[in-house]
Design a protein around this ligand. Structure first.
Ligand SMILES: *Cc1c(COP(=O)(O)O)cnc(C)c1O
Length: 397
């Protein structure tokens, strides 16, 4: 067998860093602020709704391909409730598709909409499944780098760089706001400029909005609500982050009937359907009162502030996130020796021994590894006492 088993398209994607770092956390008894999953489950009544659905025999057999009607209606109602004032609404029968998390929604959308050789513009650093799915579709990723601004302590999009990245081969822009790992929430002006560019160059946009309810400053503006975008935007979200059930993998796509039809063609041969009983429970979750959504946000904002203070106290530069549950830091202020020459990989591999905490080197989210080298990501979707203990341990740095 002289030929490698893993095909050329996927050869560059080994095991994810999350597996390596989570194993390291277990081995060293460290606090795991690497992988972004909450350490407390979502609302009890939502769990009970899932149990009820299982017992009542709802969803235990293949649910309908597009998702159960109750959940499609709940997604449409949610979009109207939160974004109707911006003119956004969707028909639950033709414009909503339920998927196995946002991950499958992304995979199905990219596999459905791309031809081999198409170019996809994605904001770097980006979520790790983007690159792999673009590769599976045989397309080419064109990263546009979000630039850290030490003065403002946040990340910004260079609109000229974005414009220059568009070629005749560009098929779509893959966007993520609020943005993992930087915590950036794209501004109204940035989104308006992206929308203008998409219209001008006739591009589709896939927008990953899984952190839509985790915005601490400013507001989440769905790209689909900008002029000319309703018909060319595939909007993706999921229950994982909003309801703290990342293991359920219930996600959804909203778009025009034509786009939904295309994405469904790919989706039906990936999982066909998934998580039947859980779909009923997520339908109930989406209908939770506003107090649920504001409490989630306020809780995470307070947690952000605890961890940010700890990281600052430890000597790292903190890019204060406006959204998501991640904080990106620059390790260089620690000095050459203590920051492992600003190498985030070396820093993260040593951090469990040095301080009993696990984090993720942002370089894994970059094509330009050098641009991401000195940055390290910490998750704060953990119990307050866990964050306080992590903050205390980090002072050893
Ligand atoms: C967590 C996450 C996803 C995956 O969502 P699932 O619903 O768990 O599949 C997608 N995109 C981003 C940016 C994420 O952080």
């Amino acid at each position: 067998m002289d030929r490698p088993l893993l095909n050329r398209r996927l050869a560059e994607f080994g095991t994810t860093i999350f597996a390596e770092m989570s194993a390291l956390a277990v081995r060293t008894g460290s606090i795991n602020l690497g992988q972004g999953f909450p350490d407390a489950d979502g609302p009890e009544e939502v769990r009970e709704a899932a149990v009820r659905a299982l017992r009542d025999g709802r969803g235990n057999q293949y649910p309908p391909g597009p998702g159960v009607p109750e959940l499609r209606t709940a997604v449409a109602t949610h979009q109207e409730r939160f974004y109707g004032h911006r003119g956004l609404s969707y028909d639950p029968d033709t414009e909503v598709l339920i998927t196995a998390g946002a991950t499958e929604a992304l995979a199905a959308s990219l596999l459905a909409l791309l031809e081999p050789g198409d170019e996809v513009i994605a904001l770097e650093p980006y979520y790790d499944s983007y690159a792999a799915c673009i590769a599976m579709a045989g397309a080419r990723r064109i990263p546009v780098t979000l630039r850290p601004d030490a003065a403002t302590g946040s990340y910004g999009l260079d609109l000229d760089e974005l414009r220059d990245a568009v070629t005749d081969d560009t098929r779509l822009i893959l966007l993520n706001t609020p943005h993992n790992p930087t915590g950036t929430v794209l501004t109204r002006d940035e989104l308006a400029a992206i929308a203008e560019l998409a219209v001008e160059r006739n591009l589709l946009v896939i927008t990953d909005e899984v952190y839509e309810h985790l915005v601490f400053e400013g507001e989440h503006l769905p790209l689909a609500s900008f002029p000319g975008m309703r018909d060319r935007t595939v909007t993706i979200s999921s229950a994982g982050k909003t309801f703290s059930f990342t293991g359920w993998k219930v996600g959804w796509v909203t778009a025009t009937p034509d786009l939904i039809g295309a994405v469904r063609s790919a989706k039906q041969f990936l999982t066909y359907v998934s998580a039947g009983p859980l779909q009923y429970a997520v339908a109930e979750a989406l209908a939770l009162p506003d107090t649920y959504y504001t409490a989630l946000r306020d809780d995470l904002r307070a947690k952000r502030d605890i961890l940010a203070a700890g990281l600052t106290g430890a000597g790292l530069q903190v890019f204060r996130p406006s959204g998501t549950y991640f904080i990106t830091t620059d390790i260089r202020p620690l000095g050459a020796a203590r920051s492992h020459e600003g190498d985030g990989f070396a820093f993260c591999r040593a951090l469990p021994e040095r301080a009993g905490v696990v984090a993720i080197p942002n370089a894994v989210f970059y094509d330009h590894k050098d641009r991401g080298a000195p940055y390290v990501r910490f998750a704060f979707c953990k119990q307050e006492e866990v964050l306080r203990e992590a903050a205390a341990r980090l002072q050893k740095l």
